[in-house]
Design a protein around this ligand. Structure first.
Ligand code: NDP
Length: 478
């Protein structure tokens, strides 16, 4: 397949104005931490320091929770749903107005290609606020009883893979339901959450309704263990999710967990192969594979495996790895040195355990954190690369002969977040989807998201649903 060269098409970063340092956003203002410190956030594509960001300590988290409680008791809880909706619509419109700036900021802080932050992340962020704004005055019709009430103050901890989108998944339904929030972004990607704090100021959101406490895992722990929190919502690793579940056990706090995944993407012999190859690429190389629902285990019917792999290798050779701000880039930078190390370690384990490793020729930039798109064949179910979440651009390929074998292998994982099925037979899609233990099953597509659609997992992928009408339930007492 010929490789077409493109001239560089860099998005200008002049639209973003990154301050040299950021405080905590508590009770409607940016404040210096009382007992915390600060951390640097870097651009993972260049290792350039972007800003010094405050780290909230115990008394800072306490101030944020108290501010959220006051706002809940005095303003946001008693407010009519229709009035809350006006604020949510205002937030949504401001996000749309500032979309380009937020997309550039997200790509700089996270390393993801601008094409994705511009066309996927930020439009979905606005869509979530629009969608939940619509529910704010209709909660009685959501199917949760005649008079659903808010829960109170929500403590929310989010990861670094979709920083602003995860914020929207958490904050929009919470506010629509009449709750107030204290949110901790991931330490490597705090900048768009802090920009969102400015958006809250611009929208004249009452002080204390949204509080953003930046910091590391310790700040997250302080938040979820704070006795003034009524509800904890967490997205991240299964390991930290488990620790949070333990700390919340025995309290009256409500908990939703959205954890890891090891999704099977199943290609049957009657699948439209070219479309399937696009779906495979989108399933594992979108966002550098830093996706909890990534199609990281490819299950291909044995009779077509040679054809699928040949076309997949050709397609992978077309992927452009490099500058996240270049509009031609398909695969950006790995989010942190620690994550790069984890991907390297698991990929080395794949080779050591006997799988065959392949990457297309690709020149990686000298500075920053990079990993070439990688394909492992000859993978067995016992290999670590078939069992553990790699959270990087690494695909493990397994084969099957019958639908029953495909289902058994797909379900042979401690996770259960998502799956994909590729076949031209509608009856087979329905049959296989019903037998897969996965919260989301995509048919002849992959990694499609919509605010109206619930998302969440089985088994070690966590519990509770985010998105759609179901996503409201986690923030309503009924
Ligand atoms: P973590 O689960 O550690 O991070 C998720 C969030 O939780 C971050 O905001 C983190 O803060 C915070 N946190 C960490 N420790 C605690 C704690 N004890 N109490 C409360 N909050 C805490 O994920 P990592 O970033 O360490 O990534 C490790 C692996 O997890 C990845 O390689 C990947 O496999 C998986 N992962 C899965 C995600 C998913 O969506 N399923 C998302 C992210 C990671 P801080 O950032 O400051 O550490």
């Amino acid at each position: 397949m010929p490789r077409f060269e493109y001239a560089p098409a860099p998005e200008s970063r002049s639209i973003v104005d990154i301050r040299s340092s950021y405080g905590l956003f508590i009770n409607g203002s940016f404040v210096d931490p009382a007992d915390g410190g600060s951390r640097k956030t870097v651009n993972p594509a260049t290792e350039e320091v972007l800003a010094e960001v405050a780290e909230a300590g115990e008394s800072d988290v306490d101030s944020a929770v108290r501010a959220a409680r006051r706002a809940y008791d005095e303003v946001w809880g008693p407010m009519r749903g229709a009035d809350r909706a006006k604020y949510l619509y205002r937030l949504a419109r401001l996000i749309q107005e500032r979309a380009r700036e937020l997309a550039v900021l997200e790509s700089i802080d996270n390393g993801k290609p601008i094409r994705e932050s511009r066309d996927v992340d930020i439009p979905l962020v606005a869509a979530h606020f629009f969608y939940y704004a619509g529910w704010a005055d209709k909660l009685r019709h959501a199917g949760f009883g005649p008079d659903p009430r808010p829960i109170g103050v929500a403590g929310q901890v989010i990861p670094w893979n979709f920083p602003l989108l995860m914020l929207a998944w958490k904050i929009a339904p919470a506010l629509a339901g009449g709750n107030t929030v204290v949110l901790k972004p991931a330490e490597t990607t705090p900048l768009t959450a802090l920009a969102f704090a400015e958006v809250c100021q611009q929208a004249d959101l009452p002080p204390g309704v949204v509080n953003i406490v930046t910091g590391g895992g310790e700040t997250g722990r302080l938040l979820v263990e704070h006795p003034g929190i009524d509800k904890v919502a967490f997205t991240g690793s299964t390991e930290v999710g488990r620790a949070i579940a333990k700390s919340v056990a025995g309290t009256t706090k409500r908990l939703t967990l959205e954890l890891g995944g090891k999704a099977a993407n199943i290609i049957f012999d009657d699948a439209p192969v070219d479309q399937a190859v696009e779906g495979i690429v989108n399933g594992i190389f979108f966002n550098q594979g830093h996706v909890c629902c990534a199609g990281s285990r490819l299950l291909v019917q044995e009779s077509i495996v040679d054809d699928v792999l040949a076309r997949l290798r050709d397609r992978m050779a077309q992927l452009r790895v490099g500058d996240p701000l270049d509009k031609n880039t398909d695969v950006g930078a790995i989010n942190s040195a620690a994550q790069l190390e984890r991907i390297r370690e698991l990929s080395a384990a794949g080779e050591a355990e006997g799988a065959d490793r392949w990457s297309p020729p690709c020149v990686l930039p000298d500075r920053g954190y990079w990993f070439a798109p990688t394909l492992f064949t000859g993978v067995s179910q016992a290999h670590r690369i078939a069992r553990e979440e790699i959270f990087g651009p690494v695909l493990s390929v397994l084969t099957f002969r019958t639908p029953a074998e495909a289902i058994e292998k797909a379900n042979n994982t401690p996770y259960g977040l998502s799956a994909g099925v590729w076949t031209e037979k509608g009856s087979r899609i329905l049959d296989v989807a019903a037998k897969l233990r996965a919260g989301v099953v995509w048919a002849n597509t992959f990694n499609k998201f919509d605010p109206t659609s619930p998302f969440g997992g089985y088994k070690e992928s966590g519990y509770g649903r985010e998105g759609g009408r179901h996503g409201l339930e986690a923030y309503l007492a009924h």
